[in-house]
Design a protein around this ligand. Structure first.
Ligand code: 1CP
Length: 345
């Protein structure tokens, strides 16, 4: 246990000095990895999520293969939506689909109530199995979707380009929107706390699509609900609050909470950190596409981000979004090595 407490990832979450900058990658367990693609030929995605033995294996493999400083649970943000009775499906090539979309207050009221602990036992078993397999080598990050990003999937029925259905509901039916966000906010906090109770050492909240909003809309319609989620996370457990495309309202992301704010590559890391204030940590922010470049160029870009972080405590190196399926695994390894080597102090 002592090894975990002093691990660089958790020290960085607390903005303590570390001997090098810790690094992990969003989607480090995914399709760019041969081991994962092989498992996927035998099992569909939801089956992998619901088999704790396989989910734990997928969680641990990248830690061994890449030398990263944290593991992230293999699961998906949309698993929490399935017990609401909305009909979740992962279709080949097209990503996730929600069959019964939400477009009115009646729909919000029809969403089934449940306790995450009882409805998603396989997630918590995967956390326990992952922790056992990691055996204190690196911490385990649990995660959930933030209320806005989850709501957008419920309303759009999948990914979206412009989030028009979501915005229409916000603008034309603010009561239904508030009801939906309150439900998602309390559910998400319970879900994260159950992952923590099962052994997760830190949690990340993914607000992947918040960047489609104006600063004013984020502040009025999202911030209070994300704030409520984060405020209800078990005290003392680090929270990473991640989003993309939100460089124009990082102050509001900060106000919503989190020990570490995750930023993408559309903003320079030093400018983002100045904007956030140096009394909060930062995670990021290499463009995932940079991992398609030759290793020498990857190293140059890693050095540039470390220079912008300025050796200040509280930087966790990551991509600005998930690893792309086209990424060569050797390039990921080169990135992790470059971060460790160039940040050693
Ligand atoms: O094998 C496959 O075809 C499934 C691909 C896949 C994988 C590997 C999906 C479907 N989800 C995942 C795992 C996953 N999802 C993890 C595992 C841990 C890791 O290694 O990081 C995590 C943290 C997520 C989180 C997630 N799911 C997010 C937030 C992060 C992000 O990328 O912004 C989102 C938006 C989802 C929804 C989702 N699930 C799957 C896909 C392809 C998507 C995105 C679809 C879209 O663009 O709307």
């Amino acid at each position: 246990m002592a090894a975990i407490i002093t691990h660089p990832f958790l020290a960085a979450c607390r903005r303590e000095k570390t001997s090098y900058t810790p690094v992990w990658l969003m989607r480090q367990a995914g399709r760019y990895m041969e081991e994962y693609r092989k498992l996927r030929t035998q099992h569909d995605f939801l089956e992998l999520c619901k088999r704790p033995d396989l989910a734990a294996e997928i969680t641990v493999t990248p830690v061994e293969r890449l030398g990263v400083d944290a593991a992230i649970l293999f699961a998906d943000i949309l698993l929490l939506l399935e017990p609401m009775g909305v009909g979740l499906e992962y279709t080949k090539g097209d990503g996730p689909v929600i069959h019964n979309q939400v477009s009115s207050r009646t729909h919000v009221e029809q969403l089934l109530e449940f306790d995450p602990q009882e409805a998603l036992p396989f997630v918590f078993e995967a956390v326990r199995k992952s922790c056992a397999a990691l055996n204190g080598k690196v911490p385990l990050i649990g995660f959930a979707g933030a209320p806005f990003t989850l709501a957008s999937y419920l309303i759009e029925g999948g990914g979206s380009r412009n989030y028009l259905k979501t915005k229409r509901l916000i603008y034309s039916n603010p009561g239904a929107w508030r009801g939906l966000m309150e439900r998602l906010s309390s559910l998400t906090a319970k879900y994260l706390n159950a992952q923590i109770a099962a052994g997760a050492d830190a949690v990340q909240l993914f607000d992947s699509w918040a960047g489609c909003l104006s600063p004013e809309d984020y502040e009025r319609f999202v911030l209070p609900h994300t704030h409520a989620t984060i405020a209800n996370v078990t005290p003392g457990v680090p929270v990473i609050h991640f989003s993309t495309g939100t460089g124009g309202f990082l102050n509001s992301l900060r106000a919503a909470g989190g020990d570490i704010i995750g930023v993408d590559w559309r903003v320079n890391l030093d400018a983002a950190w100045d904007y956030l204030g140096h009394d909060v940590g930062i995670q990021g922010n290499l463009d995932p596409a940079a991992l398609l470049a030759p290793p020498r160029e990857i190293r140059r870009r890693v050095a540039e981000i470390l220079r912008r972080a300025g050796g200040r405590p509280g930087h966790i190196f990551n991509l600005g979004h998930g690893v792309l399926p086209e990424t060569p695994v050797e390039n990921v390894i080169a990135m992790v090595e470059a971060v460790h080597e160039l940040s050693s102090r």
